[in-house]
Design a binder for this molecule. Sequence first.
Ligand code: FAD
Length: 363
Amino acid sequence: MYDCVVVGGGLIGMLSARQLKLEGRSVLLLDQGRLGAESSWAGGGILTPLYPWRYPEAVSHLAAYSARHYHSLAQELLEESGIDPEWTESGLLILDADEKVQAQAWAQQFGQDLRILEKLTAIKSLEPELATQANEALWLPAVAQLRNPRLVRSLQGSLQYHQIDYAEHEAVCEIERAQGRVVAVNTAKRRIPTDTVIVTAGAWSAGLLEQAGIAVKVEPVRGQMLVYKAIPGLLKHMVLDHGHYLIPRRDGRILIGSTLEYVGFDKSTTVQARAELNARALALLPALSDYAIERHWSGLRPGSPSGVPYIGDHPGLHGLYFNCGHFRNGVILGLASVQLLLDMMLGRTPVMDPAPYALNVAH
Ligand SMILES: Cc1cc2nc3c(=O)[nH]c(=O)nc-3n(C[C@H](O)[C@H](O)[C@H](O)COP(=O)(O)OP(=O)(O)OC[C@H]3O[C@@H](n4cnc5c(N)ncnc54)[C@H](O)[C@@H]3O)c2cc1C
């Protein structure tokens, strides 16, 4: 019998399984598809929420904790898996600076390095190829990024390194309960006895938890992205402008994201989104027109109403924990949310106040 079964092998589930194993627990991780093939693969890997001051403070508390710890996690994952998740402190340049006052207040509260660039020449000296006439921008030099496909592969490698059991293509269809406690999870193939389950099923979490009598407001929100096969140095920093962002990878590839679409579990890509994203990318960085679009994809974010994830347990059902609803920020919030849930499960002093993430709080 496993000490814990983790349901859903995205970033949150894989990190949870790894941390539990490091704490000496036996753990089984189950995924209905392949590990790390959903939102955690599809994302941009920017290690800050976009316009973080627009979110409730609960988001910034998680983000600040994760940001402090991701570099060392990335190094551990590289050592354990041989795959580099490419933690890179490329900085984030925000071209729409209208919320300067709110941004400065947020930076002061959370100890973030935020600078105001007050001249076009200052912006151009950071990014000469940008086609902007902005005379003001926000510059966050310490914001880093991870490369999602590499991050999830390094996590899977780390699970193997730590000899953590996992099964792919095995969906959990029922969390079995008896006398107010979890007793097993059921898949189409087998019944797996356990007294502790963590639901980390991303956009699919609400359906699974509802079946166990728990209501969370998590729904799929599609995001489409493009990547250009450009060359190193064309863009050096991440750039955000009116909701669209460019992300330069170490090998020169440049991503543009993303759409925000409420279309259920439909993961198809659309001609319209491709045209819109391409137009935004070329308007920001005209030199990109010399490079081909290499890939167009979409992912289903686990959308919650205000972006605050659900982290905790249900007082009426012993042994059932959840960590879901990270919406647009699951990578940056993920590390901290896993740490927080583990602290709660293991009865330790939590790394931060868990109250804002509880079930009975408006999310
Ligand atoms: C286009 C896009 C851009 C993004 N950019 C960023 C960014 O720059 N920075 C950032 O921090 N975040 C970003 N995000 C958000 C981030 O990717 C997500 O919040 C995060 O990946 C959620 O992780 P997760 O593990 O909860 O979900 P997922 O990665 O979706 O994993 C959930 C897993 O659960 C499995 N599952 C579901 N139901 C079951 C079941 N019944 N039984 C077994 N397994 C099940 C699924 O197969 C899946 O593998 C972006 C997302 C998208 C789509």
